[in-house]
Write a protein that binds this ligand. Structure first.
Ligand SMILES: Nc1ncnc2c1ncn2[C@@H]1O[C@H](COP(=O)(O)OP(=O)(O)OP(=O)(O)O)[C@@H](O)[C@H]1O
Ligand SMILES: Nc1nc2c(ncn2[C@@H]2O[C@H](COP(=O)(O)O)[C@@H](O)[C@H]2O)c(=O)[nH]1
Length: 214
């Protein structure tokens, strides 16, 4: 067993507006050792979104070059824009034993689950309590034009239909309750045998102690 812990790749997916960005931000506030995978996108920034913090906002040419250079762990075309997760920061974080949080659609989740890092993936799908509430959240977020909201609503079932490919599914009705459940999942996953460095050494120590019993 390797004595150095390799970080988890924690994937959150949902139809647009179900609340994964909100949950991701709460998770980042809860655990400052977590590293957020800042995606590259060709989408224009929303008010309040900072380049390099929420996304790397890039041109289509720059995005395509990153893909051609093999610099993306995964990438997809979503709602008319390109999105992708740069590989280098992810590798750096997990090699240093830090868990990395991804906010990606089902296509990105599938690619990560089939990548060389697949043994370290924890995937969580977030459902809205209803389709009516999903639309209400997209509208009340107040960040997208009506036609964009329409496009996202039209694609919502396509995204939801991939729920079964995830390790966990959460219905995000009450935000605090959902967040507590998400934390529980992360805590439990970190307690898996494979995630505990030095467990074999510890058990060997117990064994020696046991064998020395008179
Ligand atoms: N449990 C909840 N109850 C009520 N409102 C919520 C809840 N969770 C999130 N919201 C609100 O719903 C809106 C959409 O949430 P958020 O931006 O996190 O969704 P998202 O899944 O990340 O969407 P996208 O895929 O478009 O980025 C936000 O205004 C957020 O504050
Ligand atoms: N496959 C990927 N999907 C991504 C990535 N970053 C974000 N997303 C998904 O795109 C939609 C729309 O996001 P928005 O910020 O424009 O509302 C949403 O489902 C995100 O999860 C990525 O790097 N790869």
């Amino acid at each position: 067993m390797n004595s150095t812990r390799r970080g988890l790749l924690i994937i959150l997916s949902s139809p647009s507006g179900a609340g994964k960005t909100t949950l991701a931000r709460k998770l980042m506030d809860w655990d400052e050792t977590l590293s957020f995978s800042v995606s590259a996108t060709t989408r224009k920034p929303r008010p309040g979104e900072e380049d390099g913090v929420h996304y790397h906002f890039v041109s289509e040419a720059a995005f395509k070059k990153m893909v051609a250079d093999g610099a993306m762990l995964e990438h997809a075309h979503v709602f008319g824009n390109f999105y992708g997760s740069p590989m280098a920061p992810v590798k750096e974080a997990i090699d240093a034993g830090r868990d990395v949080l991804f906010d990606v659609d089902w296509q990105g989740a599938e690619q990560i689950k089939h990548s060389a890092l697949r043994d370290h993936v924890l995937s969580v799908f977030v459902l809205p309590p209803s389709i009516t509430e999903l639309r209400r959240r997209l509208v009340s977020r107040g960040q997208d034009a009506a036609d964009v909201i329409q496009k996202r609503m039209q694609k919502s079932w396509d995204e939801i239909s991939h729920w079964h490919g995830y390790d966990y599914v959460l219905v995000n009705d009450d935000l605090d309750v959902t967040f507590e459940k998400l934390k529980t999942i992360v805590i439990a996953e970190r307690l898996r045998q494979a995630q505990q460095p030095g467990l074999f050494d510890f058990i060997r120590g117990l064994q020696s102690e046991f064998e020395d019993l008179e």
